[in-house]
Design a protein around this ligand. Structure first.
Ligand SMILES: Cc1cc2nc3c(=O)[nH]c(=O)nc-3n(C[C@H](O)[C@H](O)[C@H](O)COP(=O)(O)O)c2cc1C
Length: 183
């Protein structure tokens, strides 16, 4: 049976990022039939509509991996009550494409105190016709935890939350596949 393909993106470029650690942990925790690929947004140029249609290798890599994925995971920090610049930049590059609309999405919030950026990214995703899967969205207390990916995997509460979220995302993907077969 074909594995379910998930693309995971971190909105932080920081080497010791909790958001990046969360998606690295998700990749480790995923069962063998779920392939979590970690994408990169750090090399994208600043969004410029004049450059849409130009061949930009980092953008082509992102759109190809999104096209080949059944679902998307976004773990992105809050900066000054907003979406991180790198993540908003990546989303802006994807606005005009065909890869993002109707993609089921899991949001990971690594800081329980951060609510503005999560609300804002939901609005952006809705505007871009992505589907936030509510049951798949998790808030995990990583801020100031000093946990890296291995530490997250070893932490039962946090790894259970990530696994439940991923299961819910994959259940939505399966439900979408069944309903498209029925139609
Ligand atoms: C410039 C800056 C602004 C921030 N603004 C907020 C904020 O408004 N709300 C919040 O909850 N955290 C804020 N933070 C904390 C970050 O969200 C937090 O450090 C997060 O862990 C960064 O993600 P990362 O670990 O994946 O790099 C801010 C951090 C920085 C560096």
């Amino acid at each position: 049976m074909r594995s379910t393909k998930i693309l995971a993106l971190s909105g932080s470029l920081r080497a010791a990022s909790y958001n990046t650690a969360a998606i690295q942990a998700l990749k480790i925790l995923a069962p063998s039939n779920i392939d979590v690929a970690i994408g990169s947004i750090g090399d994208l140029p600043l969004f410029n509509p004049d450059r849409e249609g130009e061949h930009i290798p980092s953008l082509a890599a992102l759109t190809d991996s999104l096209k080949n994925s059944d679902g998307l995971v976004i773990a992105s920090p809050e900066y000054a009550h907003g979406i991180s610049g790198p993540m908003k930049n990546a989303l802006d590059w994807l606005v005009s494409g065909t890869e993002f609309p109707y993609k089921p999405i899991m949001l990971i919030n690594t800081s329980p105190r951060a609510s503005h950026a999560q609300a804002s990214i939901r609005e952006v995703i809705k505007t871009m016709s992505g589907i936030v899967v509510d049951k798949a969205c998790v808030t995990i207390p990583l801020l100031s935890s000093d946990l890296d990916a291995a530490g997250i995997v070893e932490n039962k509460d946090i790894s259970d939350a990530l696994k439940l979220g991923l299961n819910a995302l994959c259940a939505e993907i399966e439900a979408q596949k069944l309903s498209s077969l029925a139609n």
